[in-house]
Design a protein around this ligand. Sequence first.
Ligand SMILES: *[C@@H]1O[C@H](CO)[C@@H](O)[C@H](O)[C@H]1NC(C)=O
Ligand SMILES: *[C@@H]1O[C@H](CO)[C@@H](O)[C@H](O)[C@H]1NC(C)=O
Ligand SMILES: *[C@@H]1O[C@H](CO)[C@@H](O)[C@H](O)[C@H]1NC(C)=O
Ligand SMILES: *[C@@H]1O[C@H](CO)[C@@H](O)[C@H](O)[C@H]1NC(C)=O
Length: 921
Amino acid sequence: MNRKALGGVLVVLVVVAFLAIFLPVYLTQGNDAVTPPPEKLTPDQQFYKDVKDEERFDCYPDLDVTPSKKLCEERGCFWKPATLAKAPECFYPLTYGYQMTRLPVNTDLGWEAYLSRLDGVPSRYGNDVMNLKVEVEFQTDSRLHFKITDADSPRFEVPLVIDKPNKQPSDPMYEVSYKSNPFSIQVRRKSTGVLIFDSSVGGLTYEDQFLQLSTKLPSKYVYGFGEHNHQRFLHDVDYKTWTMFSRDVAPVDEWNLYGHHPYHMCIEERGNNAHSILFLNSNAMDVTLQPSPALTYRTIGGVLDFYIFLGPTPENLVTQYTEAVGRPAMPPYWALGFQLSRWNYNSLDRVKQVVKEMRDAEIPMDVLYGDIDYMDRYMDFTVDETNYGTQNLSDFVDDLHARGQRYIIILDHCIGKEVGYEAYDTGLTQDIFIKTPEGQVLEGEVWPAVNASVYPDFTDPSATPWWTSLCDSFHDEIAYDALWIDMNEPSNFVAGSQTGCEENTINNPPYLPNILGRIMPDGKRGLYDKTICMDAKQHLGNHYNLHSLYGHSMSVATHEALKTVFPTKRSMVLSRSTYVGSGAYTGHWLGDNQSQWRQMPWSIVGMLEFSLFGFTYTGSDICGFWYATTYEMCLRWSQVGAFYPFARNHNGRDWPAQHPAAFDDAFSANAKKVLEIRYKLLPFLYTLFYEATTTGTTVARPILHEFPETLGMNLDRQFLWGASFLITPVLEEGKTTVEAYIPNARWYDYYDSPGKEVDPSLRGTTAVLDADLMTINLHIRGGFVIPFQEPANTTVYSRVNPMGLIVALDENESASGQLFWDDGESRDSLAKEEYVLTEFSVEKASGMGTLQITPSITNYATTLAFETIHVMGLKSVPTTAMANGVPIQSQNFQFDDDKKMLTLTGLDLGIINSHTVQWEE
Ligand SMILES: *[C@@H]1O[C@H](CO)[C@@H](O)[C@H](O)[C@H]1NC(C)=O
Ligand SMILES: *[C@@H]1O[C@H](CO)[C@@H](O)[C@H](O)[C@H]1NC(C)=O
Ligand SMILES: *[C@@H]1O[C@H](CO)[C@@H](O)[C@H](O)[C@H]1NC(C)=O
Ligand SMILES: *[C@@H]1O[C@H](CO)[C@@H](O)[C@H](O)[C@H]1NC(C)=O
C-alpha cells in the first residue's frame, strides 16, 4: 500500500477511536440532565433509523419477484417503507459484504489485500466466493486500477491488454484509502479532496453468477454507458437502470443494444473536474443510477475490475481512456466522403441507376455499399448471379474506381451450412465454429437461405487466417475497398440454437439483468433470446462470458484480414457490435433505425457517447433505416448527416428511395451544397482524425468539453467538430428557426463563405437563428485556423484542388491550428512519418497581423498550395498585405467592411513550406 494512504488510514483510525471514546461522554455531559441518555444503537441500527430514501441501495432488484419484508430479511437486508416512489423498501445494511483479513501489503504498483466473506450474510443465489483478493495499482498519474478477484481460483477476465508501467507514478492525481470491516474502497482527487469513488454503502456481493458493487458519485453529472438509445447526453439519476449485453434490435427504446460499454464520465461539481470509470467486465450487467447520487454495478460473471481516469477535463479523459484501451483507428481519406447504401437495391441495374442519378445531380459521393442482397442466398463471399452477376458486379466496381469512387460490401458473422460452400467446408476442417457443450457445431439461423447457419469463433486464433483467406480471395472477384460487418451481436433468428438450449444456470442464470428478451417465449427465463446458447463453447470459454465480445473479436479479425487484402493501403471496418477498445479497429454506425423525427436528435447523443468510448468514425443512417422518410425529414437529416464523421445514407428493405437524388431538384441542390461544405472542410476533418488517432482527442465533440460552464445545460442538440466548428441542425418538423446556444467565445457564421461575426451580446445565451428549409447553421470559433480545399465530386478529385485557410480571430486577434496531409491511404504513412504536418499561428503586434505557416514534418511530396486566405474578425481596416515579404496585388486583396473580413487570393503558398503572411491594420 502507498505510504501516504496508509498514513491516512492510521489517522482516520485514531480519530475514530478518539471519537468513540469521548464523543458519548461529551454528548452526555452536554445534554440537559432531564433528557434520557441516548440509546446505544449499533451503526447499522442508527443507519436504519436515519436512512434517507435516496441513500438506500436496492437489495431486491430481481424483476420477477415482488419483495416482501420476509423475503428481504432472508437476504440479510433491511425493510422499511419509503416515501420516494422509486426508492427501494428492501435495502442493504452497512455491515454487509467482506472484511479484510490482514493489513494490505505493498506491491510494485500499489498494494494488495485479502478479504473474507462476513459471517451471517446469507447467500443470495449460491456459490459465494469466500475469499477475495484486492489489487490496487497506481498505474499513471491519471489512471488508477483496482481489481477484486477470487483469491482461490481463477475466474473469467476480459482479454483486453491494458499496458501498465513497472513503477508507480511520481505524483498521482488521486489517493486511495479503504475501510477494513466491512471492506470498502475510497478514491479521492487530491487537488480538491472530492471523493470520486466510495463503496462504503453496503451490498458488496461476490457470487459465481452475481457480483455487485455500489459507489457514491460526487455529482449527478453522469454521461456514457452504452450501447443504448439514450435520448439525452446527460443521464437521469432518478433510479435509472441501464443494461448492457450485446443485442440485435432496432434502437427505438431504452433497452440494451448492439455494443457493450460499461464506461462513464462524471463531472465533479466542486472544481468542475471530470473523471471516468471503466468497469472492465463483459457479462450481462445492470448499472443503476440513483439520486443520492450513486451507482450500482450488478454483473453475472467475470471479476470486479475497475479503471479510474482522473482527467481533469473531459477531453483529457478520452486521451487517457484511449491510451489504455487503444487509440481510434485512422480511416483513409476517402472514407470521410459521402456514402450511400440501401438494403435491397435488388439488382445491379438498380444500383447503376442510383449511382447515375447521383452523378447527374453532381452530388459528391465517394462510396457505394453492397448490402446482403448482392449475395447468393445471403451467403458471405458469394454473388447473386441472377440479379448481380460476379463479372458484372466486378466490372461495375472497376468503373466506380475509374471515376474515383469506392465500393464497400457487407459481411455477416454467420456462415451458411452447406457442404461444398468453401467458407463452411474450410471452417469445418479448420475447426473454427462455435460448438455446443456436447461438441457439435452449434446451428442457428440467420440470413443465409439454407437450413442452418454456423458461427465462426473469432476468439480462436485460427479463425483469423481462415477469415483472412476468404476475404482475400473474394477481393480477387469483387475489388471491394472496405468491409462492413453486421449482425455480430451475434444475432440468431432462433432462440439459442435450432434445438434450443439446455436448461442450466449458464443459459438460465439465477439473476437476470434487465436485458431485452429476458423472458423466453416458452416462459423460461433466459439470456439467449435472439442469440446463441450461453453454454456454447468458444476458444476462450463459454459464450456466456464472451457474448458481448463477439463483435469486437470479429472487428479485430477483420481489421487483421484487411492487412492482407490491402498490404499497403489503409482500409476500414464498420461494425455494428462493439466493446471497450473496438474503436482502435472499427468505426460504428448507430443503427439508428427508424425514419422518424424523434430519432434524429438521438443520433447526436449516440455520436457524442461513442466519442467518449474512443470512437471517431461514427454516425447514424442518414434519413433513417426503417420506414418511409419524408422530404423534409430526409432533407434535415441530410444536413446534419453531412457533419457526422461517418456520413452514410442507408435505407431499409422495401421503403421508398431516399438517396439525395431521389427527391426533387431543390433537394438535390441542397444536398449538394451541404456535402460540398463537408468536402471543402475535409482537410480540417482529416486533421481532427489524425489528432484523435495520435493523441486521443475527439472528432464529434460535446460543447461541454470546450465550455465547462455549460455543465447542467445538457447541450446535445448541437455538436462541435474538434474545438472550433459548431453545428446547429434543425431536428424538428416544420421549423424555420433553431434555438442555438452560443458558447462564450467569438463566433463567425460559416456562410457567405465565410462570414460575419455573431453578435457578441449573444454569447452565453440561447439565440433563435434563422434556419429555412435549406439552411443548417454552422459557426467557426474565434481563435482557430481551419484549412480547406475546394470540393469536387469525390475525394480523389477534391484532393488535387487548391487549398485555403479560414483564419477566425479571437478577441486578441490571434488564432492557431494545424493541417495533417498525406496520400490519404498508405497503411503506414503515420508510422513512417510520410506526411506533412503544418502549424498555423496568428498574432497581432504593432499594427500588423501575422500568420505563420510552419511545417514541422514534410515527408510527403506535394505541390498543393494555399491559394486563398480569409481573415475574419479584424478590428480595423487593413490597407496592405504581404506574403513572404512580397506585397499582394490589389486585385488579390479584398476587404469586406460589413463582415470585417479580409480575403487574400491568388496566393501560391506550398503546404510543405514555411510562409509568413502579414496584413497592416
Ligand atoms: C438496424 O439497422 C441495421 C443497419 O442497417 C440493420 O443491419 C439491422 O438489421 C437493423 N436491425 C433491426 C433489428 O432492425
Ligand atoms: C451482365 O451484363 C450483361 C451485359 O450487359 C447482361 O447481358 C447480363 O444479363 C448481365 N448479367 C446479370 C446477372 O445481370
Ligand atoms: C468526377 O469528376 C471527374 C473529373 O471531372 C470525372 O472524371 C469523374 O468521372 C467524376 N466522377 C464522378 C463519380 O462523377
Ligand atoms: C487575450 O489576451 C489576454 C491577455 O493576454 C488573455 O488573458 C486572454 O485569455 C486572451 N483571450 C483569448 C481568447 O485567448
